[in-house]
Write a protein that binds this ligand. Structure first.
Ligand SMILES: [Zn+2]
Ligand SMILES: [Zn+2]
Length: 86
């Protein structure tokens, strides 16, 4: 069979999306989406009143809040603090 002598090169596979070589394309290699690392803090009970940094809902002492993980150093109340991935 002549197929035995065919060189294993052929057209270089390129990604349809990024046009990079497939071997160099993070998308093709499965890294298209950066893993979302939650930097939110642990839940704790507020000892003071404040506002949810996301939706501005006020919280009161005794409500559960957590650090929002942003440079601004805000707090998320229960309204917005749940992790999206559950
Ligand atoms: Zn790709
Ligand atoms: Zn909120």
């Amino acid at each position: 069979m002549a197929e035995l002598y065919r060189l294993p090169t052929g057209p270089v596979a390129r990604c349809e999306l990024t046009e990079l070589l497939v071997s160099e394309c993070a998308h093709c290699r499965g890294f298209e989406e950066e893993p979302v690392v939650s930097s939110r803090g642990q839940w704790f009970t507020a000892t003071y009143s404040g506002r949810c940094s996301n939706c501005k809902t006020s919280f009161e002492p005794g409500d559960r809040i957590r650090a929002d993980g942003f440079m601004s150093g805000g707090w998320l109340a229960e309204c917005c603090g749940e992790d999206e991935d559950g």
